[in-house]
Design a protein. Sequence first.
Length: 313
Amino acid sequence: MNKSNDVMIQATYPLGGTLTIPDKPSPEFPAILIISGSGKGDRNGNLKKMEMNIYKDLAEFLTLIGFVTLRYDKRGISQSGGDFLETGVVDFIDDAVECIKFLQSHPKVDNNRILILGHSEGALIAPAVFKKIPVSGLILLAGAAEPSKDLLPRQNELAYAELNRKKGIKGWLIRIFKVTEKARKQNSKILTKIMHSEKAVMRLGGVKLNAKWLRELYAYNVCDYLNEVTCPVLAITGEKDIQVPPEHVKIIAEMVKWEAEWHIVPDMNHIFRKYEGQHTMLGLLKEYKTQLNQPMDKELLDRLDKWLQRYTN
C-alpha cells in the first residue's frame, strides 16, 4: 500500500499538498510534481460539483510504478493560503518552483531524478518552471505550442461557431437576435477593459474576474520557453481534445532542444477519458460529467509507464 501524506509547502503563501511515496524497500525514489490545469480545481482536479480526481488517479498510478508524487492546491483553493482571483501566471510559476524545492529537500527523493507533469495550463507553464529550476524531464499533457493570445481566441471562436450552427427555433432565435455577434463584442469589450487596467481583480457585469491572470496569460508565449528546454520531453494529447489542438504535440517535440517523444491518443479527450462522440465547447462540462466514473485511458497510462521506465531502472 502506497503512503499518502498531507504536506504544507512554504511558498509566498502556504500551499496544501499531498505527497505519495511508494511502499517499496528503497532509500530514495524518482519524483514527479503534478501541475494542474486552469480554474478553481483542487489538488485532485475536483470542482465543487464535479469530482474528476484526474490528478489523484494519476498520482496513484505513478506511485504504483515507483515514483514519489506531489500535487498541491493553488493559492486560495482548499488548504492553500492566498487569494485565487489575485493570482497571476507568474505566481503559479513561482509556486511550482517552490514545490520542486520541497521535493529536492525530501529525504525520500532522488534529486537527480525529479520530473514535472503538467496538464493543460500546467503543461503551458512547465517549461517556464524548468527555466527557473531545471529538472530531469517534462511530461506535457494536453499542452499547446503557440502564444496564448492566439490559443484563447480560438477556443472562443469554436463556441461562437457552435452557436451559429444551432438548428430549430433556438438557432433561429440566435440568428434573429444576433446572439453570436453580441457575445463576441461583449467579450472583446471586457478583454479590452482588463488589458488596460492594472487591477488584480475586476468586477465586470457583476462578476469578479481574475484580471491579473488573464493579462499575464495573454502576454505568455510558451514557445519562448519550449525553445530553451534541455531535458527529455514526453508530449501527449487526446485526439478528441477540443480545448487544445492535438497536433501541437508534434510542434512541442520539434521545438525543445533535447530528445522528445509525442503521441496523439485515439479517442482520448482533455480529461484522459475515451469519448466516442464529438465534444462541443458549449456542452463541455456537461459531457465531462457523464464520464466521471470511467477509468483513465489505458493507452495514456501505458505510454507514461514505458517512457518513465528509464527513471526507475
